[in-house]
Design a protein around this ligand. Structure first.
Ligand code: SAM
Length: 277
């Protein structure tokens, strides 16, 4: 059968499938976008791809043509017949019908042999951040993540110090990944059409772990620094040893009147290491 995301969507109708807003179901109907994701993700025959939410399988199909293995997690069991039909004939796809946030991915990965793991997906918008956090917290050995996300969420992921979107999540992500935007995506390429535009974001794993002496101190310090966005470090960190923090800031020609939103990852690391002994 000839590949076409539109034809794959037809299978949805034939199977009386009802789109579910609660699962963030906005399916891609434009083949160019799928080709772009495939090309930019640089998946190859050594790659095991994790796809969260295959939907009707239009991205899954093309991933399977170039990847060693595609491992999908889909929460909506009513997609089973649709996916079986759309992906028939491809024997390197496994679909686990489960909430990805509940999955034991490390254990699921044990049955495969692979050289690298990429996550490639058009993520359900309502749980974008929890999915990224799960990948980090569960220590899933991902080398790269290429995901379509709502534009404003993506802007936060890739924000630079000093921009309005920079927050504690950005600093946290920067500990593990280099984050960059790959491309803008119009809302018109989805069925149904969402109210917002999207972007494709890439997370590339950093070679080295961040050099913090005490991770707990570091993460708490970052969170507390942003607790009230309009307040300066002196106010947000009033329960911390301010003399030590001031010493670090002075090394960078700053003082306690600075706001967290302008501080890069390196300065947070220095501050945490100064107070965390
Ligand atoms: N990949 C398809 C595409 O691009 O056309 C569908 C993408 S759609 C934005 C999100 C998909 O994630 C849906 O298939 C939805 O059912 C699935 N999904 C939603 N929540 C999920 C969860 N917690 N775990 C696994 N899949 C989920």
């Amino acid at each position: 059968m000839e590949y076409s995301p539109k034809r794959m969507q037809n299978t949805l109708n034939e199977n009386d499938f009802q789109l579910k807003k609660k699962f963030g179901q906005n399916f891609i109907i434009d083949e160019n976008i799928i080709n772009n994701i495939i090309e930019k993700s640089k998946v190859d025959s050594d790659t095991l791809v994790i796809e969260i939410g295959p939907g009707a399988g239009s991205l899954t199909y093309k991933l399977a043509l170039i990847a060693k293995q595609v491992l999908c997690y889909e929460i909506d069991t009513t997609l089973k017949s649709v996916l079986e039909e759309n992906l028939s004939g491809l024997n390197n796809i496994d679909i686990i019908y489960q909430d990805f946030l509940e999955a034991d991915v490390l254990s699921d990965l044990k049955k495969y042999i692979y050289k690298k793991v990429y996550v490639v997906a058009n993520l359900p918008y309502y749980i974008t951040t929890p999915i990224i956090m799960k990948l980090i917290n569960d220590k899933i050995p991902v080398d790269k993540i290429v995901v379509m996300v709502q534009k404003e969420v993506g802007d936060r992921f890739k924000a630079k110090p000093g921009s309005k979107d920079y927050n504690s999540l950005t600093v946290f992500l920067n500990c593990y990944f280099e984050v960059s935007k790959l491309m803008d995506v119009s809302r018109n390429v989805f069925l149904p059409k969402p109210n917002v535009d999207s972007i494709i974001v890439e997370f590339r794993k950093k070679e080295q772990e961040i050099a913090v002496k005490n991770k707990e101190v570091f993460f708490k310090l970052v969170k507390d620094s942003f607790v009230q966005k309009r307040k300066n470090i002196r106010n947000n960190l009033k329960n911390y040893p301010l003399d030590k923090i001031e010493k670090v800031l002075a090394r960078h020609n700053m003082d306690l009147n600075v706001r967290a939103e302008v501080l890069p990852l390196d300065i947070f690391i220095e501050m945490a290491n100064e107070i965390g002994e």
